[in-house]
Design a protein around this ligand. Structure first.
Ligand SMILES: Cc1cc2nc3c(=O)[nH]c(=O)nc-3n(C[C@H](O)[C@H](O)[C@H](O)COP(=O)(O)OP(=O)(O)OC[C@H]3O[C@@H](n4cnc5c(N)ncnc54)[C@H](O)[C@@H]3O)c2cc1C
Length: 447
């Protein structure tokens, strides 16, 4: 029989990766090879991913792209479109483009053109182009989180097979020894592998197992109400706008879906100071009367805010919570990623993006390293300090700090021209500082 020698990934007795030459009959077609090679080589499903959200599914796709086998276990019993808008900046899109997903994202989202900052009177403070319009090699997409999730979910099922993403599997605990990990689920099932990656989000059960004395999330004294409203485009039709300050009422508004009739789905988010908060859950419904007061007269010549809010399809409430950075993510064959590793305030478009960057780093390290435990440590070394700095910066100096700075100088009052208040170069410097910390400056991402 004519045979071709290919290199495939197998595991040694200790569960470590090794690359082995393997003879494949040349007449076997590609899809058959995918199924037969593991049986010929004794390959076993190697990597257990806990959580099928943005980070877990991106990781599955990135591992698959490198020929590494994995399975995803997701707690939700069914795939449901949840959440509201999310910004995917060029650093995240670079990784999703490498996975071949850019056309799908473009079809569902809106390619953002600019960041625009306003005071509570609707006066323009600062604007700068973003994504390709700022010279980046990659676009910036504003997209419904449910659309992003569905693109990842469909791609994972297509490329890894329908069984690779198992729903209704809530992780209840992990055991490990020299041979590998065993993940237990609350439905009684177990999964074994060489390593387990916890992508189980903000309320991570795995993080709780390995950091049992960590307390409740840190509440920043701010509550958010978010919603989506269908209407005609405003400003450029692709502007990511930030308006006002937390103390006097703050909003972030941007389009996330384009419809054939010319209308758009506009995502909006408000922030206001509050003394207490409900448990953070992305599905908690909100009520207009709880937050509308500071925005009641925000009728700008470029957007009527009370009308925007009144037209909402639904409103969700979510507190500004995160957790202090921790000094360890990796415990031998287990590591944390995404919100499980570095839950942060949803500001600056980085909650989802940093989970995607974690996924790329993890897949690369697992691909490059023969020893998967060493790979997990190398991943943590690469990512922990970077993301800790973003967690802390998102508390005090996210990009919105531009508006806080002007508000402090004007006492929240109108100004004649912004140059009377501050040199715009100082505002650009605030934006550039955040880009450097979050790793999405032009030089870091590529032109
Ligand atoms: C329902 C939902 C809606 C969201 N909506 C928005 C939004 O509108 N805007 C925004 O900016 N961010 C939103 N986020 C947060 C955002 O998706 C994350 O901050 C970011 O994508 C980080 O990705 P992640 O993979 O770490 O976490 P997530 O994307 O949150 O994914 C975590 C996944 O783990 C699953 N999970 C949890 N516990 C277990 C367990 N024990 N075992 C197995 N699986 C488990 C969850 O069901 C979830 O699918 C939302 C998150 C969720 C879960």
């Amino acid at each position: 029989m004519v045979a071709t020698v290919i290199h495939t990934r197998c595991y040694s007795d200790t569960g470590h990766f090794k690359v082995s030459p393997c003879a494949i009959p040349s007449q076997l077609t590609d899809p058959l090879i995918r199924f037969i090679v593991p049986q010929m080589t004794g390959e076993k499903p190697g990597i257990v991913i806990i959580g099928g959200g943005i980070g877990g599914l991106t990781l599955a796709l990135a591992l698959r792209a490198r020929g590494l086998s994995c399975r995803v276990f997701e707690a939700a019993p069914e795939f449901r479109p949840l959440g509201v808008g999310i910004n995917m900046l060029p650093h995240a899109i670079r990784e999703l483009t490498a996975l071949g997903l850019e056309p799908e994202l473009k079809a569902h989202g809106v390619e953002a053109r600019e960041f625009a900052y306003f005071n509570r009177h609707g006066q323009a403070i600062f604007a700068e182009p973003c994504g390709r319009f700022a010279g980046y090699k990659h676009p910036h997409f504003s997209i419904h989180r449910a659309d992003l999730h569905k693109v990842l979910f469909d791609a994972a099922r297509d490329r890894l097979g329908p069984d690779a993403v198992r729903l209704d599997h809530r992780c209840a605990g992990i055991e490990q020894d020299a041979a590998g990990v065993t993940v237990r689920f609350d439905n009684g099932a177990t999964a074994t592998g060489s390593v387990a990656i916890a992508a189980d989000g903000f309320h991570s059960a795995v993080r709780r197992q390995f950091h049992p004395s960590e307390g409740a999330p840190q509440f920043g004294g701010i509550n958010m109400w978010r919603g989506v409203t269908r209407r005609k485009p405003f400003l450029t039709g692709a502007s990511v706008t930030r308006i006002g300050t937390v103390a006097r009422g703050k909003m972030v508004i941007y389009p996330i879906r384009q419809f054939d009739d010319g209308t758009q789905l506009i995502n909006w988010n408000t922030e206001q100071p509050r003394d207490d908060h409900k448990l953070n859950n992305w599905a908690t419904p909100g009520r207009i009367e709880d937050f509308i007061e500071p925005f009641a007269d925000w009728r700008f010549d470029w957007l009527d805010i009370p009308r925007l809010i009144a037209g909402a399809e639904f409103i969700l409430e979510y507190p500004m919570v995160d957790r202090d950075p921790i000094d360890r993510w990796t415990f031998d064959r287990v590591t944390l990623m995404g919100d499980a590793a570095h839950p942060m305030y949803p500001r600056g478009g980085n909650g989802g993006a940093q989970a995607i960057l974690d996924a790329e780093a993890l897949a690369r390290r697992l691909d490059q390293c023969d020893d998967p435990m060493a790979a997990l440590l190398a991943y943590e070394d690469e990512r922990r300090d970077v993301t800790s700095e973003i967690v802390l910066t998102n508390r005090d100096q996210p990009p919105d700090y531009i508006i806080e700075t002007v508000d402090a100088l004007t006492g929240g009052e109108r100004f004649k021209t912004i140059e009377d208040v501050i040199d715009p170069a100082e505002l650009a410097a605030i934006s550039d500082r955040y880009k450097n910390i979050a790793r999405y400056s032009l030089d870091m991402v590529g032109r």
